[in-house]
Design a protein around this ligand. Structure first.
Ligand SMILES: [Zn+2]
Length: 378
């Protein structure tokens, strides 16, 4: 059957409509390429990323060649010589007590405050008591975190002295192990042991470095006590053994209390009072070869949350207690103390400053990627 001329004409005119239109197809390809390029720029540039350096510091590899004494192995004297320092290591042991989310103002004590005061104020009097009664052994600082103020990123910064990135923030609840140089790496290289009890995040970051470890689950923020009770169960015997150069205890109750109730809740008062009792007992048993660092990894906002860069989230507390007087540096230290008294304000140090300070206190090389400064009073 032959088509009518009209039908043939319709068919002929419809053929160009079914064929691909080159300009539209090219526009689609160009759009996809542009999208891919934008995604590449976003992931590589907008979101900060960084390269983890594989380098590891060593005593024999001074950062400033010629300006430091020879490493201990080449010293003729039998006296111990610190790494990168002309003086012996100041301490044999470091006790690190991380009170998660210990905001700076939680550690203040002012009996002249009139009621009503917030539930978190005046509940940790032990720190002010030691600052008043043993000013040459105790120091307190605002301990400033770099955002993001999340525990995993803070632990990386506090152990390696580096700055975390926002890509890291996405992995807060599933941290992979740290391969960069840290004070735990340095202790292991020097055949000095470290043990740990508390928040199990440390084990995901450092799965192989601890002589003893007692990890407790960290993700149930409604649980205010399990991790803290675990620390209290093991820490006394670990301290007594004196086998470790570094002993690490990570309390989590204050942080979880913030998440569950916020800081302005009677439960926070009770938790801080418990911490006060714990710290009082521990600090009473410190010998003169030990230095104690008690600090928060971040603060918390008015609702008890953290992660951002508000002042209340960034301002954690650092309390340092030495088993012996810190005045061995003589006039310089006295001058510094006088200055601090005159200023009547609290000194601030960066959280990354813990890394070189701890390393030098123990006579270890400062981890390779460390960006902080040594706290001069130590
Ligand atoms: Zn938290």
């Amino acid at each position: 059957m032959s088509r009518s001329p009209v039908a043939s004409a319709r068919l002929t005119s419809s053929v160009p409509l079914l064929a691909p239109r080159p300009p539209l197809f090219l526009a689609l390809i160009a759009h996809l390429l542009l999208l891919g390029y934008a995604l590449f720029v976003f992931t590589r540039g907008f979101l900060l990323s960084r390269i983890a350096l594989p380098d590891v510091s060593s005593c024999s590899n001074s950062p400033v060649p010629g300006s430091w004494p020879s490493p201990p192995s080449s010293q003729s004297s039998s006296a111990p010589v610190g790494c990168w320092s002309s003086r012996p290591p100041p301490y044999k042991h470091a006790l690190i007590l991380l009170v998660d989310a210990l905001r700076f103002d939680f550690t203040l004590y002012d009996p002249s405050l009139s009621e009503p005061i917030p539930p978190y104020r005046n509940k940790l009097p032990i720190m002010q008591h030691l600052l008043d009664t043993q000013p040459r052994r105790a120091l307190r600082y605002q301990f400033l975190a770099d955002p993001p103020t999340t525990t995993l990123q803070r632990l990386k910064a506090l152990s390696t002295g580096t700055l975390p990135t926002f890509i890291d923030a996405g992995s807060n609840f599933g941290g992979s192990s740290i391969l960069e140089d840290s004070w735990l790496t340095q202790a292991a290289l020097a055949n000095r042991s470290a043990s740990f009890v508390g928040d199990d995040t440390w084990l995901s970051l450092f799965p192989d470095v601890f002589r003893l470890s007692h990890p407790y689950p960290s993700l149930n923020v409604w649980d205010l006590h399990t991790v803290d009770e675990g620390v209290l169960a093991h820490l006394p015997s670990m301290m007594e053994s004196k086998e470790d150069t570094i002993l690490l205890g990570h309390f989590l109750g204050v942080d979880h209390c913030g998440h569950r109730h916020g800081p302005s809740h009677p439960a926070m008062a009770a938790k801080l009072k418990q911490m006060n009792t714990v710290l009082t007992d521990i600090l009473a048993s410190i010998d003169n070869d030990t230095i104690v660092f008690i600090f928060g990894d971040h603060g918390m906002d008015g609702k008890g949350d953290h992660g951002g860069d508000s002042r209340s989230e960034l301002e954690a507390a650092l309390f340092i207690y030495s088993g012996r007087d810190l005045d061995e540096r003589g006039e310089e230290f006295d001058h510094l103390l006088r200055d601090m008294d005159q200023q009547r304000s609290h000194r601030s140090v960066a959280q990354v400053d813990l890394v070189p300070t701890l390393a030098m206190a123990l006579g270890l090389p400062i981890p390779f990627g460390s960006l902080g400064s040594i706290i001069p009073e130590i």
